[in-house]
Design a binder for this molecule. Sequence first.
Ligand SMILES: Cc1cc2nc3c(=O)[nH]c(=O)nc-3n(C[C@H](O)[C@H](O)[C@H](O)COP(=O)(O)O)c2cc1C
Length: 260
Amino acid sequence: MLAFIGCEARLQDWPVTDTISAMELFNDLLPDPLPAEPMALASAWLATALAARQQPNPDAMILATATTDGRPSARVVLCKEFDVENGRVSFVTNYDSRKGRELAVNARAALVFHWDHSHRQIRIEGVVVKSPPAESDEYFASRNWQRRVGAWASAQSRPLTSREQLNAAVRAAAEKFGAPVPTLDNINQAPAVDIPRPSFWGGFHVWADAVELWIEGASRIHERARWTRELTTSGGNLPGDAGSVSITGGSPWSSTRLQP
Ligand SMILES: Cc1cc2nc3c(=O)[nH]c(=O)nc-3n(C[C@H](O)[C@H](O)[C@H](O)COP(=O)(O)O)c2cc1C
């Protein structure tokens, strides 16, 4: 209760920079009738947020995973691809990280995009499989050399005894590939180095089987709609065969409006 009161007080002290009017809120409604599938509209919202440049990372999304006994964890990752045709969203990470280990035993995840400035939220739930290695290779090759060195140096989510231990790992990774040690001074250099993708790093595809689009409404009378579909899995079982299993959108989407 105290925390809530404090939060309210802080909000009252905050300068009002977002001047969206009640009329504008009322005017931003979901299409009626709802579109047959949600991904095109969701993708348009992401494109609008990217173009608006109201925050440093409009492509940031919360990724929630869980252990098999139901203990959830959540963190921010960047959306690397929003594939409307297949109905899936991609991100990249370390496969041995906490999220990677949780997805290896429970291949379901939930994602949330939130853009405060446009008063919109997208929730996606789905089944997660590793991206094809060639896709991860291609994306890794597009990253600057400092990030490629960093990917090799970090055993993401594992304990670290000191910052120096991490710095030493960065130096060792740079030396392994004949690259300079990344510093602020060489940030704009492009040394001719070949740094392949580590096998423990790559992409994941989140195949959506539920999508909710939310728009803030005046007086907390929000707009909400949820789409669901069945996915078809072939080529193996999840989560065990996460590298080889193939997913397709097995059924058309069905939709319903939800109370706010
Ligand atoms: C804006 C932002 C973007 C991030 N993008 C990524 C990302 O794309 N991939 C990633 O592995 N971690 C990313 N992180 C770091 C993660 O939030 C998290 O700290 C890290 O992945 C370890 O999470 P885990 O231990 O739960 O696996 C990002 C963090 C922020 C704040």
